[in-house]
Design a protein around this ligand. Structure first.
Ligand code: GAP
Length: 434
């Protein structure tokens, strides 16, 4: 993990937030290539679960919601961890993380365990009092539930159908760590799939298989993924079933995404708290019911971390000239790779930079492409390998003679010659629509 963290900082994937002030606890910023990778992960998810399906629509609900939402959802009363405070050094710990009855930091006396709500509190409007308290959302799905009727009417969908959303969530986590795995500000991608009650089990199985396949489709090794069904005693208050998709991180098997059967818990709660009718009337069957909900809920930051970890390979001694230092390659799926191709003039003379610039300008109309003319060609290849660029295109003396360039494959290091005017076609063939 340390080497991944170091690569992420060095190459511009992920930085600690507010680093020049010593960092903000467990909050992260995505750098120039990190934001591209993250956008590609979100794009791949959106394409698979919204664009390519007839039974799904998208939503982008606000982070700030009416405070009653969080009463109805159970977050005001129940979204808490039992915490103890040290009377001496004032540090706070999760009660269930402690081995003994003294403070693990200074040995001081501890208070009794008290529930600590994980939601970030804020105030809506100019007055700061109890009546204006609201929260930064701790999950995106409540924005979907409260919009269920709006979407139903405006999109003319009928159960079984789903609403998908990607967005920021905030939790004042007590136990943070493992890089971006557990942060206080993170992004979720969530689907709420509304079904007739009697179809809930069959759709639950469907979504577990579908979501597992998505991770392998984008390159994660199948043997680094596993399904973990929740035991009865660990199910959330709203769920009758839940299965986690876990990834084998260097710090152990950990959850990427959970697929839950939320039954009609949320629609029923919001119906009661808002006084609005959230039932669906099935014209064909002449029956009215509250749909049940299957929820595949994942973390963008976590899956991005899994894609990074899974793609990362170190080659002691390097892949090229013997005796080189350790080389690292990020074997990201080409559709996820931040930069699709690098255009490199072999040397900075003989018209090569001009020819390379023309190719670069042509390719960047379609994809994120980099131009790099600094340093030896070997160093430039290695830099691209480290950020996962699938193809390097080198403009050399032969380019002036026959119009071809060398295309080097990141994974095999195989080099072929491709005509400069066929490079768009070449990349389109390799990358598909992305
Ligand atoms: N709506 C259901 C829900 O929010 P969850 O298991 O609490 O369920 C869903 O969260 C996903 O959100 C998790 O599988 C994880 O990928 C991501 N997630 C949750 N807390 C996180 C945190 N503190 N940092 C990063 N990702 C987190």
């Amino acid at each position: 993990m340390e080497r991944i963290v170091s690569l992420c900082k060095r190459r511009g994937f992920i930085y600690p937030s507010s680093e020049i002030y010593g960092g903000a606890g467990s909050v992260w910023d995505y750098g120039p290539v990190g934001v591209l990778l993250k956008n590609n992960v979100k794009g791949a998810w959106w394409r698979a679960v919204v664009q390519q399906r007839d039974d799904m629509v998208g939503l982008d609900a606000a982070i700030l919601m009416h405070p009653r939402v969080w009463e109805a959802s159970g977050h005001v009363s129940g979204f808490s961890d039992p915490l103890v405070d040290c009377l001496q050094c004032k540090q706070r710990f999760r009660a269930d993380d402690l081995a003994g009855d003294r403070c693990p930091a200074c040995g001081g006396e501890l208070t009794e365990a008290r529930p600590f709500n994980l939601m970030f509190k804020t105030f809506m409007g100019p007055v700061e009092n109890e009546a204006t308290v609201t929260y930064l959302r701790p999950e995106t799905c409540q924005g979907i539930f409260v919009n269920f009727k709006n979407v139903l009417v405006s999109s003319r969908k009928q159960p079984p159908f789903g609403i998908a959303q990607i967005g920021k969530s905030f939790r004042n986590e007590i136990t943070t760590g493992n890089f971006t795995f557990r942060s206080r500000e993170f992004e979720q991608y969530e689907i709420e799939y509304f079904v007739p009650p009697e179809q809930a089990d069959q759709w639950f199985e469907y979504w577990v298989a579908e979501r597992l396949k998505w991770y392998t489709d984008f390159g994660i090794a199948a043997d680094r993924l596993r399904l973990r069904p929740h035991r009865e005693d660990e199910l959330a208050h709203y769920a009758s079933r839940c299965t986690d998709i876990e990834y084998g991180f260097p710090f152990g098997w950990s959850e990427l995404e959970g697929i839950a059967n939320r039954q009609d818990f949320d629609l029923r709660q919001h119906q009661e708290y808002s006084g609005r009718d959230l039932t669906y009337f099935d014209e064909a069957e002449k029956r009215r019911y509250l749909p049940h909900v299957i929820e595949p809920s994942g973390g963008v930051d976590r899956s991005m971390l899994a894609f990074l970890v899974d793609a990362y390979e170190e080659i002691p001694g390097g892949r090229g000239s013997a005796g080189a230092e350790v080389e690292s390659v990020l074997r990201l799926h080409p559709r996820l790779a931040p930069i699709k191709a690098a255009v490199l003039p072999l040397v900075r003379r003989d018209g090569m930079p001009d020819r390379a610039r023309a190719i670069y300008d042509d390719l960047r109309r379609h994809w994120f492409v980099e131009y790099d003319e600094g340093g030896s060609i070997g160093r430039r290849y290695r830099r691209q390998d480290e950020i996962g660029t699938p193809f390097c295109m080198t403009i050399d003396s032969q380019t002036a003679e026959d119009g071809t360039v060398t295309v080097r494959d990141r994974d095999t290091m195989e080099q072929i010659r491709v005509s400069a005017d066929k490079l768009v076609e070449f990349l389109r063939d390799k990358l598909g629509e992305c």
